[in-house]
Design a protein around this ligand. Structure first.
Ligand code: SER
Length: 590
């Protein structure tokens, strides 16, 4: 089965069971300050899981591009991926455990033909906050799964959410495929992590709300949120032991071999996988309509790390200049039909990769000069760990390169000292990353809803003052402020800033009602709505209107009248990246 057949089989199966297909959202979350990337299909759906109505109805299905950087250092083994596609289906207050589990079982065994005896499942064991999920276990049993293949685990394994400190959450039931590898011991089970059992699907039953005091209250709207990893399932149904062996990676791997004159074999496998994974993820980030480019902060920083790591491995294999863009061209060709934004932004993707290659190439040259200098002054035929780490940290010069240079001179490098400093540094950046990825998702408090409405007014005002060439590039809202990125290629003058602020305040003073209507993307366009249009023909969207001033496609939530916004103040206008400006603004009660 090809990836496209799998996507279609999944979508068609759930559409046949009353679900509406929705398009993949951007990889860069909207309005969400707590996450850098969309890490699950449910991210873009948080407002609806919290009770907003979705124009597609109460049963949804999609294939969402997702990116997770938590395990970036594990990439290179058989299954870890940075970018992956997540097939997902949702019930927003509609069906619950019985139907969800039955649908999953039928999809795997009937639509995909996976032998039922190779499937094991896990359910929540229960604790002081919620009872043992005997209901799910009972449903699995009634479908023919023997008690011996139904495992009970605690919160660590079988509970999902809340994404932040408060919010919807609940027990989940996870579905594992038995790869047929020998058991690792008497206690080998889905939780042991030896690789015999591979998790393929997670069905989350969002039936509780976790309060700030840590208590769990049953939710009125009980949701189901499921996620199934496309690449993993593809490997399983095609009998492959690694996701990198699937057709998804074949064209990229062939291209790397052709460019480097090497073979994909045991000794090069890890490097090939890192290059293939990192360039696929980079291509998707650059190919998103949000136009993220490599930088030293946020998404741009992750992107830079991915590109530079791929570049390093490619240069070790003597790839020619421009190799990254050539590999990306293969990826763009492969995925452009499924994710049209990639085709749209292909020139940007290639140009950015070439630009980063030049910048990093220069940095490496500088690193080489410094490395030679440090080696010249090193004592006793040995470069100390601090110098090796400085080369790595300040000049981006990889340890392998330093060791190679030292060896050429008959010298050694204190790699243990390097590792110690590296581990300390990792610890620090992991703590930072954990902060960024800890979730929190859309907080739907009054304060953020108002700032969200102010963002729409700001967007409209900017277009009036600076012209129709202004488009939203990003939005990030905390309860204290809004941050809005938009396309514009120079600093705004103080008079322009003042005029934008005045227009927003004028709209607030007008006290316009904020209304929401559902319509198709085409109808929204015809009405002159701005916003992020999905590529799916006929998809229904919500359009928020604020008087005659603003009409924008958006999921909400919003205030009900502009008067609630109080007074609007632009705190800062600054550059964000090439061709993109950033405004930070606040609102205050009058
Ligand atoms: N949100 C759950 C997950 O990420 C199910 O989609 O696993």
């Amino acid at each position: 089965m090809t990836a496209q057949e799998l996507r279609e089989t999944y979508i068609n199966f759930f559409v046949a069971h009353g679900h509406t297909q929705i398009a993949s959202a951007s990889l860069i979350p909207e309005n969400d300050p707590t996450v850098l990337f969309t890490t699950a299909g449910m991210h873009p759906l948080v407002p609806y899981l919290l009770g907003e109505t979705h124009p597609g109805g109460r049963r949804l299905v999609d294939c969402q591009k997702c990116l997770r950087t938590g395990d970036i250092d594990e990439v290179g083994d058989a299954n870890h991926l940075t970018l992956f596609e997540m097939l997902g289906n949702w019930s927003l207050g509609d069906y619950f455990k019985q139907e969800s589990i039955t649908l999953s079982h039928r999809f795997l065994t009937e639509a995909l033909g996976i032998p039922q005896e190779r499937i094991s499942v896990t359910v929540f064991a229960g604790d002081e906050s919620a009872p043992r999920d005997d209901e799910s276990a009972g449903i699995w049993q009634s479908l023919g799964y023997p008690a011996g293949r139904i495992y009970y685990y605690g919160k660590k394994d079988n509970w999902w959410g809340p994404a932040g400190t408060t919010g919807p959450c609940g027990p989940d039931t996870e579905i594992f495929f038995d790869t047929g590898k020998p058991a690792c011991g008497a206690h080998c089970d889905p939780s042991c992590g030896c690789g015999k059992h591979v998790e393929i699907w997670n069905n989350v039953f969002m039936q509780y709300y976790k309060d700030a005091d840590g208590s769990f209250t049953p939710l009125r709207q009980r949701n189901v949120d499921t996620g199934l990893g496309l690449e993993r399932v593809l490997a399983i149904i095609n009998g492959q032991s690694s996701t990198y062996d699937t057709a998804q990676f074949r064209p990229t791997i062939q291209k790397i071999a052709a460019l480097t004159g090497t073979q994909y074999e045991e000794s090069t496998q890890r490097a090939y996988r890192i290059i293939a994974d990192h360039l696929r993820a980079s291509t998707f980030i650059l190919g998103d309509d949000k136009a993220v480019s490599p930088s030293n902060v946020d998404q741009g920083y992750i992107l830079r790390r991915l590109i530079r790591r791929a570049y390093r491995y490619l240069s070790q294999m003597n790839a020619p200049a421009g190799a990254m863009a050539e590999i990306a061209a293969v990826i763009l060709e492969q995925y452009g039909g499924v994710y049209p934004e990639l085709a749209r932004n292909s020139a940007f993707v290639l140009a950015q990769l070439n630009r980063e290659e030049e910048t990093f190439g220069r940095a490496l040259e500088q690193g080489l000069r410094m490395a030679n200098k440090y080696l010249d002054r090193a004592q006793g035929g040995r470069l100390d760990g601090e110098d090796a780490f400085r080369l790595y940290d300040t000049y981006g010069f990889p340890l392998e390169f330093t060791v190679e240079l030292a060896t050429e001179r008959g010298m050694a490098v204190d790699t243990t000292g390097f590792e110690l400093l590296y581990a300390a540094h990792q610890e620090k950046s992991r703590a930072g990353a954990a902060q960024k990825f800890k979730g929190g998702l859309a907080d739907s408090s009054d304060a953020t809803a108002k700032l969200h409405s102010a963002t729409h007014l700001l967007n409209a005002a900017l277009r009036r003052v600076l012209g129709d060439g202004v488009f939203q590039r990003g939005s990030n809202i905390t309860p204290e402020r809004l941050r809005f990125d938009f396309s514009f290629d120079r600093k705004m003058t103080p008079a322009e800033v003042a005029e934008v602020q005045r227009l927003v305040n004028e709209s607030i003073a007008a006290g316009a009602e904020i209304t929401c209507e559902e319509m198709t993307v085409e109808e929204a366009k015809a009405q002159g709505a701005i916003g992020i249009f999905t590529d799916k023909y006929g998809e229904r969207v919500k359009v928020y209107t604020m008087g005659a001033f603003s009409k924008e496609i958006c999921g909400g939530p919003h205030a009900t009248n502009t008067a609630a916004l109080g007074s609007f103040k632009i705190q800062k206008e600054e550059a964000s990246s090439a061709g993109v400006r950033r405004i930070k603004a606040t609102i205050a009660a009058e």
